[in-house]
Design a protein around this ligand. Sequence first.
Ligand SMILES: C[S@@+](CC[C@H](N)C(=O)[O-])C[C@H]1O[C@@H](n2cnc3c(N)ncnc32)[C@H](O)[C@@H]1O
Length: 283
Amino acid sequence: MTGPDHRVIIGDSRQMTEVNDESVHLVVTSPPYPMVAMWDDFFTELSSSSYDSMHDYLNQTWREVRRVLVPGGIACINVGDATRTRDGLFHLYPNHSRIIENFEKLGFITLPYLLWKKPTTKPHYKGKGAFLGSGFLPPNAYVTLDMEYILIFRKGSPRIFPPKDPDRYKSRFTKRERDEWFSQVWRVQGVRQSVDGLERRVAAFPEEIPRRLIRMFSVQGDLVLDPFLGSGTSLKVAMELGRRFVGYEKLKEMTEIIREKTRAGSDKIEFLEQAEIITQLAG
Ligand SMILES: C[S@@+](CC[C@H](N)C(=O)[O-])C[C@H]1O[C@@H](n2cnc3c(N)ncnc32)[C@H](O)[C@@H]1O
């Protein structure tokens, strides 16, 4: 690769012109997703109040993900479903199934996904208690959404490595790691509620999520992309695991948070604003 090993681009991932075709080995990301109250303003700003147009927005980034991934490259998308009352009726908005459909339309292969269950001591729904609906009387109570999805897609057939490829062998996981990580339900604590400010606002994921995904689906030296970087969790972990990294974040005010999160290695990260880019990442 030419250029720095770790790069943060303050810009819009719907046009990742700074990233070459077929140069990224793994995408790990959690997009802002439709119909969740915290993202309402964000999507309203786009004057797209409907679920469909919100997914159209994300799909522009997914199209770029397809372009930049190497053949056999993998994309891991962390997303939750959402519920909303519309015209007086309670509905499920199944973001995960819409994203699967959209990735399939883009020609990706859908692989078995993970379900991330955050253990909680006190279940809640908007602070009102765990269960919605009509208390203990059937049939009109609703199931609580307490899982998020980690969807996994591959661009075409699996990557091929030379026999005994040293980077691949250095990247192996243990039997214990394999047994736990490749089971479908992950119990991983969410980011502590004590974290506040912008990091909380962007719904940072715990480091354990990108740490597992990067170890499972890339080898040392690979290039990892997060098109919705937020506070920079995936960048921090990718650096620790000896992967190269490129991330996009639209909000300029996240820059300081990303610097703070990655302070141990922040001198190795190049920060750029999209308009200023002249060089390109090469594979
Ligand atoms: C759910 S957050 C990511 C949280 C991240 N996983 C973390 O651990 O901090 C989604 C982020 O995507 C950013 N974003 C939304 N649309 C974008 C776009 N088109 N290009 C780049 N970033 C975008 C938002 O500003 C937000 O910070």
